[in-house]
Ligand binder design. Structure first.
Ligand code: NAG
Ligand code: NAG
Length: 165
């Protein structure tokens, strides 16, 4: 792997993941625009690889389609935030940010779930009123957990039966 594997190539990979999620994305057409963006940001210089990738490394553990929609919508938000402060007079910057914006819109369910996660971290768990609610919901939460882990076990049992191991 060369250092060019990193950098804004990350963006290509993100968009590539989208290729599987959203078929209508024309990656080939965007490639030129991304190359121009890489030039703007010196993203093919070797120092870009220092410290490893920021997005692609995290993506590998998100495997289910619905999971991917959550993390990709979040990553897209980060790119859009970056483009807020990037020179929009350049056609390639406009093209890319418009495309990312459209993709983000198409992931509204993922965005909603990402918001849920962010909202959760904001809950004041030292607040007595919140604590009382939390306690009243504890049993239901554990029931949900039971659903999740038992279906996991069931899948494992089915798998074991199939492979006779
Ligand atoms: C980007 O914009 C230019 C100029 O408007 C256009 O010619 C080109 O096809 C666009 N590229 C994409 C990927 O939309
Ligand atoms: C890119 O590199 C050139 C030459 O080394 C430098 O003049 C320019 O400021 C750099 N741009 C960015 C965004 O780092």
């Amino acid at each position: 792997m060369t250092f060019q594997t990193y950098s804004l190539f990350v963006l290509s990979v993100i968009l590539c993941c989208f290729g599987h999620v959203e078929n209508r994305l024309n990656l080939h057409q965007l490639q030129n625009d991304i190359d121009k963006l890489k030039a703007d940001f010196n993203s093919s210089h070797s120092d870009v690889a220092d410290g490893g990738p920021i997005f692609t490394g995290r993506l590998s553990s998100w495997t289910e389609r619905n999971e991917k929609r959550i993390i990709l919508s979040q990553i897209l938000s980060m790119y859009l935030k970056m483009f807020e402060n990037t020179d929009k007079t350049k056609a390639h910057v406009r093209n890319i940010s418009e495309e990312l914006y459209t993709l983000k819109e198409s992931l509204s369910d993922g965005s909603k779930k990402a918001e849920d996660l962010k909202d959760l971290t904001k809950l004041q768990m030292t607040d007595l009123k919140i604590q009382r609610k939390a306690v009243s919901e504890l049993f239901s939460v554990l029931q949900k957990l039971g659903d999740v882990s038992s279906s996991h076990n069931r899948q494992r049992r089915q798998f074991q039966r199939r492979c006779r191991c």
